[in-house]
Design a protein around this ligand. Structure first.
Ligand SMILES: Cc1cc2nc3c(=O)[nH]c(=O)nc-3n(C[C@H](O)[C@H](O)[C@H](O)COP(=O)(O)O)c2cc1C
Length: 384
């Protein structure tokens, strides 16, 4: 496939610009669901702030024959060392968001990870990406359900299954509680008034219909009201992941298996013993443990110790090309972002995926040329 042309809307040359526009365009409850962390948001803010403490050395007089972002991961050569992290309920933030992002990721040749609890199905996203999208499994309480979803991911030719370990319990998110977005959710008068103030969001939502949990539809009893839906989700995904739960998944899944949400060395040791192919060092974008470390700290330790035994990737807090570069210089072999892409779609609708990927590619290319880094694997040579 030839490389996708880079086009950036000059009105939004940063993720901050996209976030500001998203805030104006979508209802408050949807924006706060996307934007917030947990408890006092300490971890959310530390993630980005501490990544930005990382500094890179430029080598201006070294020989430079060109920089390129191509990165091999699990047997596929991607056009850039970043991808789109799994995000739940995307259609609430902008109708068709998973389809928009999956298409943009496919065209730009970067990975898209579909969440179990988002608003498009494994099959639909696989069709859009010609079997290139990854799938993130929320661990179901019932083995039968787990096996069925895994078989569907296999039939859809997903190359990588991502299992999640950082949600043994749902994070405590004051904004969502205030907005009635906690389980069970409710559509309050306050929320309806917020919708009325955002006509483009309301129109698009009317056009596409109410968002549903498309991957989970076959397992949900028909005609659930919102309170029953909350109960169904709670009962279905009451899963703390552990070694016993990972073993049967490893036996069953023939493709690459990635453990997401890892934040310490002990869990990486276990992942290696269990035959996991890669870890995503992540704190869920600061949405789970407010008292936890920012991701750049465990990333640095884990990459140094285990980077030659298992693929070490990271997410949480990255908002720009320089942030991706800082993370790669600290040892990440690949990076992911959640909110940056969703801000893009909430800000620019169908053009948001293409715009945000183009922006990040442009910024990362600029950093590489600036510091004289020809290949992404050389980033650590520039770490101060
Ligand atoms: C609104 C929202 C919903 C999320 N839902 C999921 C999910 O369903 N599954 C999952 O593995 N991670 C989920 N995450 C975490 C992301 O995959 C990712 O770890 C996080 O967004 C990275 O941080 P960043 O937003 O600072 O880039 C969600 C994150 C956000 C912001």
């Amino acid at each position: 496939m030839s490389q996708k042309e880079i086009k950036i809307n000059p009105k939004y040359p940063s993720v901050t610009d996209l976030r500001n526009r998203a805030q104006k365009r979508i209802p408050k409850f949807a924006f706060e669901y996307l934007d917030g962390g947990c408890n006092e948001d300490v971890n959310l803010h530390k993630n980005t702030a501490e990544i930005r403490d990382v500094e890179l050395l430029p080598y201006y007089l070294s020989k430079h024959t060109g920089s390129q972002m191509k990165t091999e991961l699990f047997g596929h050569v991607y056009d850039a060392p970043f991808g789109i992290a799994p995000v739940g309920l995307q259609g609430l933030m902008w109708p068709n968001a998973p389809e928009i992002l999956a298409k943009a990721a496919f065209e730009h040749n970067v990975p898209f990870i579909l969440s179990t609890v988002t608003t498009s199905s494994i099959e639909r996203i696989s069709e859009i990406t010609e079997g290139k999208s990854w799938f993130q499994l929320y661990h179901p309480a019932e083995d039968r359900l787990r096996d069925d979803i895994i078989k569907r991911a296999e039939a859809a030719e997903c190359p990588v299954l991502v299992i999640l370990c950082d949600v043994p319990t749902f994070g405590f998110r004051p904004r969502d509680i205030r907005n009635g977005l906690a389980m069970p959710p409710k559509m309050s008068v306050k929320n309806i008034l917020q919708v009325l103030g955002k006509p483009s969001w309301a129109l698009e939502t009317l056009k596409h219909g109410q968002p549903n949990f498309e991957t989970l539809k076959p397992y949900m009893p028909k005609g659930l009201d919102l309170a029953q839906l909350g109960k169904f989700m709670d009962q279905t995904f009451s899963g703390r992941l552990n070694e016993e739960k990972i073993k049967p998944i490893r036996d069953m899944w023939k493709g690459k298996l990635v453990l997401k949400g890892v934040a310490n060395e002990a869990d990486v040791e276990k992942a290696i013993q269990l035959g996991i192919d890669g870890v995503i060092v992540s704190n869920h974008g600061g949405r789970q443990l407010d008292a936890g470390e920012s991701t750049i700290k465990p990333l640095t330790r884990i990459a140094a110790k285990y980077g030659d035994q298992i693929k070490v990737m990271m997410d949480s807090g990255l908002r720009s090309g320089p942030d991706i570069a800082r993370s790669m210089a600290s040892g990440a072999q690949f990076t992911f972002m959640g909110r940056s892409f969703m801000y893009g779609v909430a800000a620019l609708g169908a053009k948001g995926g293409d715009h945000t990927i183009s922006l990040l590619k442009t910024e990362l290319q600029q950093v590489m040329e600036q510091i004289c880094c020809e290949e992404v694997k050389d980033f650590p040579n520039h770490l101060i």
